[in-house]
Design a binder for this molecule. Structure first.
Ligand code: SIN
Length: 551
């Protein structure tokens, strides 16, 4: 594991004069990364690294819900903020939420300027839908349940047109380069030539927009590219992390033997679809007064308990949606048909699945992390907006608002930094370590790691999933430590995933209460003294990988 000592240059060579790869390197091409790139493109050279092909592999692409914004006549940013705070189960940051909801209408307008075409009513006004726990109709959609795809296609097209944005596909970041307590670049590897050494890229600003952690779990609705590597890399660099224990499990992923599990959007329940078990019982009626429209964590636990008791669970759309399914929910309809199900006539088998990480790299209102030179936005960041439980359709919005905030902050930062240097001179402003330490990882995805990763995912789903308890969390930590030792520096992907999983497990163990998405069987109620966010970073003695709980 790199430490400051390893990176310390000898005293005469602090300025290596390394040419930067760009003014800004963005890792991740989901909605947050794309918005940041577009915003920066008017004044900066941007290098955008994608783990998959451009426009692929991001959770944003799969978003079936919509994007929230208080633009209705009966709505206001204050009402939107109040709903977000209520859903967050006591640990959200009201100031950041205020920023999110007050900027939302302008962000929607910027998206429209970039060419995004939201669904409208017959009179041409935006069609505003409602989702669970929103007190007003404020969800904008594209093509019904294809909002993510619609957004991504338009933004990718806009990015392609910008000559100042260079796109590198199949390129994965493995390790941040720390120098003098500042991020100065990263090591990355081209997945098409994965057995060649990692390449060091330098830039005065790096944005991590690497997405979530669903791929750490056996059952997830996230694309398989979402494996928590941004989190692992940031942790390794000693950066502050927050709220790691709060993972949102979606109650209605399709249980049809497909990995990742296709999502059956909450909007189906919004339209009246019901949850039944294999005895035909509508079990949610006994669990919560809002039945299927109870908060997402409550529905997920109820579904989990049914399955744990040996019963199958189904989402029954036959009466509420029936023959309208294909036209109203074309994406889910197609996913069902791919699995051999006609949802107009058959109930859909469902199970809870890891869906969204409320925790991540701690960031401020400008997307700044705890270390200079590094910004984070989108799901990998933890802004404090979602608290212990994210309100549906706030995540695309967060990606847009804080992707833009990070970009604007970087523009201000670079303007100052470049004040006295013309463009051709910018390279000399990068302070890079000299001699440059080699990347620590031998390869990205060693074949050796396949079994390890399967075990990791099993452990996380079984023990750090919907319902948790001390004994199994401790056993998981122990086993993860063994896997971490086994993998060592052999595979960057496995090492970053294992570290991210280990830190989430540690955070889940530390929070001895139940709150929002974090449920402890051994501490089943909220503890008022723990009504606060949690912060963590790897100790100075990083080699021991022992996290220090800060609050
Ligand atoms: C859904 O469509 O059910 C998911 C929407 C979200 O997670 O925001």
């Amino acid at each position: 594991m790199p430490t400051d000592t390893q990176f310390r240059p000898n005293s005469q060579t602090t300025d290596f004069g390394k040419r930067p790869a760009a003014d800004v390197i963005i890792v991740g091409g989901g909605i947050a990364g794309l918005v940041a790139a577009l915003r920066l493109s008017t004044s900066c050279q941007v290098l955008l690294l994608n783990k998959g092909g451009f426009g692929e592999g991001a959770s944003s692409l799969w978003a079936q819900g919509g994007i929230s914004a208080a633009i209705g006549d009966d709505d206001s940013p204050e009402l939107h903020a109040a709903d977000t705070i209520r859903a967050a189960a006591g640990t959200a940051d009201p100031e950041i939420i205020g920023i999110l909801t007050s900027r939302a209408p302008d962000c929607i307008a910027s998206l429209q300027e970039w060419g995004v075409d939201f669904d409208t009513e017959d009179d041409g006004s935006p069609a505003l839908g409602r989702e669970a726990a929103h007190s007003r109709n404020r969800i904008l959609h594209i093509g019904g349940d294809s909002t993510g795809r619609g957004l991504m296609e338009t933004l990718c097209a806009a990015v392609r047109k910008q000559p100042t944005i260079t796109i590198r596909d199949h390129c994965v970041a493995e390790e941040l380069i720390v120098h003098h307590n500042r991020i100065v670049g990263l090591y990355c590897r081209n997945l098409k030539t994965a057995d060649t050494p990692a390449e060091a890229l330098f830039a005065p600003a790096v944005i991590l927009a690497t997405g979530g952690i669903g791929g750490l779990f056996e059952v997830t609705t996230n694309p398989s590219e979402c494996t928590g590597e941004g989190l692992g890399m940031a942790a390794r660099a000693g950066i502050l992390l927050a709220d790691l224990e709060f993972v949102q499990f979606h109650p209605t992923a399709m249980h049809v033997g497909i990995t990742p599990a296709p999502l059956a959007t909450e909007a189906l329940r919004g339209e009246g679809a019901t949850l039944i078990n294999d005895r035909g019982e509508r079990f949610m009626v006994k669990v919560h007064e809002n039945a299927e429209l109870a908060p997402r964590d409550i529905v997920a636990r109820a579904v989990w308990r049914e399955i744990h008791a040996g019963r199958q669970v189904f989402l029954d759309c036959r009466t509420a949606i029936g023959a309208n399914f294909e036209s109203r929910f074309p994406t889910v309809y197609q996913l069902c048909r791919n699995a051999g199900i006609d949802p107009a006539r058959m109930p859909i088998p469902v199970a809870p699945a890891a869906h969204y990480h409320m925790g991540g790299i701690a960031t401020d209102r400008n997307g700044r992390t705890s270390m200079q030179g590094l910004w984070a936005c989108g799901e990998v960041a933890s802004t404090g907006i979602h608290g212990a439980n994210r309100l549906a359709s706030n995540s695309l919005l967060e990606g847009v608002v804080f992707g833009a905030a990070a970009a604007d902050d970087i523009c201000r930062h670079l303007a100052k930094r470049y004040e006295n240097a013309d463009r051709s001179d910018r390279g000399s402003s990068i302070l890079a370590p000299h001699p440059l330490p080699a990347s620590r990882f031998r390869c990205y995805d060693a074949k050796i790691s396949t079994l390890t990763l399967a075990r990791l995912r099993q452990l996380m789903s079984a023990n750090v999933g919907v319902v948790r308890q001390q004994e199994s969390l401790m056993a998981t930590l122990h086993e993860l430590d063994g896997l971490i030792a086994q993998i060592g520096d052999k595979s960057a992907m496995a090492a970053n995933m294992l570290l991210a999983a280990r830190l989430i497990t540690e955070a889940a163990l530390q929070r001895c209460e139940s709150r929002g998405g974090h449920f402890r069987e051994d501490y089943p109620t909220p503890n008022p003294t723990m009504r606060h966010r949690s912060f963590m970073r790897l100790n100075d003695d990083i080699a021991k990988r022992s996290p220090q709980v800060i609050a």
